[in-house]
Each structure stands twice: as C-alpha cells, then as structure tokens.
Design a protein around this ligand. Structure first.
Ligand code: GLA
Length: 505
C-alpha cells in the first residue's frame, strides 16, 4: 500500500452531530413579554429534516436540511400573503445548545439560542389551523377626515414598548412648546403596548402604564392636540398584547367613550384566525364600527401593503394604509421604502386616503442630517402621513429645523393631494415630481449614490415646457427663472427640493 492509501484508510468518517429532538428559543422583551420559536429536528447521517414553529405562524417544514460536523443549514419556504418567501438558516451545535443565525426583518442577522427540550423525534409537520373566511363586505363610506395627510407623532419608533401616560403627556407639552403643533403636527399617537386584557363584559382594559386613558385624552385635547391609539384585528397585537378580534364594535365604542381621534389597526396575529383573502372584509368591519361609534376617528390601516391593500384601503373607510413592512432608522431601510417600494402607488392617494410609507425616523440618530432631509423631502413629495417618531422632549436644532420646515410641510399638505411619481432615474440619481394646487410643481432631485453628483430635472419630465421660477425649499432661496431644466450638485444621500412655477408665455 502506498502512503496516500494508508492515510486515506485512517481518515475518520465525516462526523455529523445528532441534533434530533425538540429545541426551543425564548425571546424575552423589556416589558416581560416572551415569544417562543420551536424547532423539531431529526438527523439521519448528514441529512436534517423536521419543522419550525414561529410565533403567529403555521408550522413550516424544513427543506435542504444538512448537518456537517456541528454546523446545520436548512431552508424554510413560507407562504407570505400569497407570495413564496424562502429563508435560509445556518447554525451551530455546541455544548448541548443550538445557535441559529436568523435574518431579522430589517435585513440584519441575529442569533437565536435554542435549548434542547427533549430527544423525541418529530412526527409529520402539523397541518395549518383552519381559518375564518368572511364574505366580501359592503364598502364603508368616507368619514370625511384627513383631507390632507395626517400629521403628528407616534410612540413606536423611539419608545417601542416603553411608552407610558407620563411620556405621552410630556410629548404633548413639548409639541406645543417647540412649534410642532403650530406647524400642523396634531395627532399624538400611542402605538402598541397600552393594552391589558378584558373585563368580565369583554371591555378592553388598559395596563398599569396607562391608568386612565380618558383622562389622558382630556389632557392631550386641552393642549389643542388630538390623540390616537392602536389595535389589531387579530387576538393579539404584534407585541403580543390584547387585540380586537371579535370585539371590534365594542372596542370602537370604548375608543369613542375615551374620546380617541385616531386608530392604527395592525394586522399582526389576524393571520392566525382569518384567511388573508378576507383581509378587506376584516378591515371593513372595524371601518364600519368606527363610523358607527358616533365619533370621528381617523382610520389608519397597517397591513404592510400586502393583498393589494392600497387598492381597497379607501373602500374600508381607511384614511391611510401602510405600503410596506416596518421602517428602521437606517439609510438602507428608509431609502428602500421611500424610493423603491412606492412606485406605482400614486393613483391610490388623494384627499381623505393616503399611502403610508411608515412613520418618520427623523432625529432618532441612525442617519445623517442630510439623510433625514432626504427622508422628510421624499415623504412630503409622496403625500405621506408625517408622524414624527423621535423623542420630541429634546430635539437638536438641526432636527427641529427639518421637522418644522414650513415650505416642505406645505408640499406634503398641498390640498390637490397628488402624490409624486418618479419622473426620471439615471443610476443613483432620481427625480420625483408632483403637481400642486396653485399650478406649480414640487420637484426632488435625489442622489442615492455614495459620491456627490450633478442631478438634472427636466421640466418636460415633470409635465410642462418652457421657463419656470425656481425656489429652493431647504435654502429658502429664490433661484431665478430657469429654462427647460435645472441642474444641482447634490451630496451623497442628499436632495435638492425645489418648487417651480412655470412662466406663462
Ligand atoms: C408592527 C407595526 C409597527 C408597530 C408594531 C407594534 O410591527 O408595523 O409599526 O406598530 O407592530 O407592535
């Protein structure tokens, strides 16, 4: 035997750990809420089979499962509102634990630590639970609110699960003092985590962070502001608090009794109980209930733009509807949502009903001032709800300047209510334009690239010919009369936002 053959004979067989059994990862949130993800695995040689059960989801079978030494990898294919969503997982088995690298919603990865619960081999993947299918609902008449996109503040982006009655009062005070109220930011909206369970009659209860919702509403109203609240058509909200499932009318009446002015209604666990094809009817139920509550309550749909939401949002009495998943305070998230995921949605927006690319992150610290100016400009061109999402009790002057720019807000609030469209794109530079009520146009010259660039807006792309008077809305400067096209040096991730008034010949 030659040496090579001898070495080959003594090579150990490829090792594959046996990870057969039930594994559980528990996520604990700062408010004490927990969420469990289960993995049921079976190892046979280097093949891995089984299924995964995630919060608010049906069990999903593992495909392409492999185990190589202590490294596992597998794919999960889920139905995401009619679209196939494939997720690749990798992980490592060590010290009787399994660490999975899981893609988080914002495109980043996070690790989930699974503990071994038992060595029982999994049975077949459990079948999905039956879902409720609702018949199509009658259209809900308009409530007459939101003739221009709603403006205000929402607790989620900054305070997340920590929002409380004192914070809401302090934010309301701040909005009066720092000019936000005078600039038009009127709604003070409490997002998820205010809910407790229900009383014996099924009335929704507030938790200890909100001892008296009616008194809080009275306080916010005494400041000349309005107050908003949050719920889900499912049994649980996204943060796992009490939802409105089977209590829609009762909850709408409670909100009216508390003098609430705004409801954000977030799909979340509704997928567990309803066939998602019934989504329109599910939203119509609450739209109707709000209308019948006897109080004008702005209806803000949060269903991430799936199942053609923007096409029927107004028909269920919606004043706005989210068009995407959640924003995060990063350029990649904001620019993907604002530029790439709003194309083709302009026809659905108009007075009373608006596309909602999610709340503002301006001032939360994850983007530069230049990027926040782009965020504010783009949202205003998109006629988006302007719901600030930062801590308004202490705002840096350059951030306040962005949120309070009256000329930019006027674009968002233009009474014609025509959402901008992208009128040209050349690599990283894009031009978006919208016509305004007074016959002028708002035009944004954007540079998404990482170096500064010259961006040109041609009047013909915006929809008119000839010469036009140009005003820079961030510099607050008239730039004179310009023929045919306007070119600007735009910094990386920046914008030049102009209002142009065409000259009559
Ligand atoms: C979802 C929504 C967010 C926020 C959270 C609250 O993720 O899209 O805007 O309301 O739920 O749990």
């Amino acid at each position: 035997m030659n040496k090579l053959l001898i070495a080959f004979c003594f090579l150990p067989l490829a090792y594959a750990a046996d990870v057969t059994g039930h594994w559980v990862a528990t996520q604990t949130f700062p408010d004490g809420q927990t969420r469990e993800t289960s993995l049921w695995l079976k190892t046979a040689g280097d093949a891995l089979t089984g299924y995964m059960v995630q919060p608010n989801q049906d069990a999903a079978a593992i495909s392409n499962g492999k185990i190589n030494g202590n490294d596992v990898s597998f794919t999960i294919v889920r139905d995401n509102f009619g679209e196939e969503r494939k997720t690749e997982y990798t992980g490592t088995f060590a010290n009787d634990g399994l660490t999975l690298h899981v893609p988080a919603f914002n495109g980043r990865m996070r690790d989930m630590a699974f503990k071994h619960i038992s060595s029982d081999a999994p049975g077949p993947t459990p079948s999905p639970k039956p879902r409720i299918s609702l018949p199509p609902a009658a259209d809900v008449p308009s409530n007459g609110l939101a003739k221009t996109p709603p403006m205000g503040w929402n607790s989620w982006n900054k305070f997340n699960r920590r929002v409380s009655d004192p914070i809401v009062r302090e934010i309301a005070d701040a909005m009066v003092k720092n000019g936000m109220k005078d600039a038009g930011y009127i709604y003070v909206n409490i997002d998820d985590t205010w809910e407790a369970g229900r009383d014996a009659q099924g009335n929704i209860l507030t938790n200890e962070k909100f001892p008296d919702m009616k008194a809080l509403a009275e306080y916010v109203h005494s400041k000349g502001l309005k107050i908003g609240i949050y719920s889900s058509p499912g049994p649980k909200t996204c943060a796992n608090y009490e939802g409105s499932f089977q209590h829609e009318e009762q909850d709408a009446k409670t909100y009216a009794a508390w003098n609430i002015d705004f409801l954000k209604y977030d799909w979340c666990s509704a997928s567990q109980v309803y066939d998602y094809h019934s989504m329109q009817a599910v939203y119509a139920k609450m739209g109707r209930a709000l209308l019948d509550s006897g109080r004008p309550i702005l209806f803000s749909l949060c269903q991430y733009g799936v199942v053609k939401g923007p096409q029927w949002g107004a028909k269920v009495g919606g004043n706005s509807w989210r068009t995407t998943g959640d924003i995060s305070d990063r350029w990649e998230s904001m620019s993907r949502i604002g530029f790439d995921q709003q194309l083709d949605l302009a026809p659905y927006a108009g007075p009373g009903h608006w596309n909602d690319p999610d709340m503002l992150e301006v001032g939360n610290g994850g983007m530069t001032t230049t990027e926040y100016r782009t965020h504010m400009s783009l949202w205003s061109l998109l006629a988006a709800p302007l719901l600030a999402g930062n801590d308004l009790r202490s705002v840096a002057p350059e951030i306040l300047e962005i949120l309070l720019n009256k000329e930019v807000i006027a674009i968002d609030q233009d009474p014609l209510g025509k959402q901008a469209t992208r009128v040209s794109k050349d690599g990283d530079v894009e031009v978006w334009a919208r016509p305004l009520k007074d016959g002028s146009y708002a035009i944004g010259l954007f540079n998404r690239g990482s170096n500064s660039a010259k961006v040109t807006a041609r009047w013909s792309d915006a929809g008119f010919q000839g010469s036009a008077k140009v005003r820079d809305l961030w510099k607050h400067e008239d730039l004179g009369v310009v023929a045919e096209a306007f070119t600007s040096d735009v910094p990386s991730h920046g914008v030049t936002l102009i209002k142009v008034q065409r000259q009559r010949r």
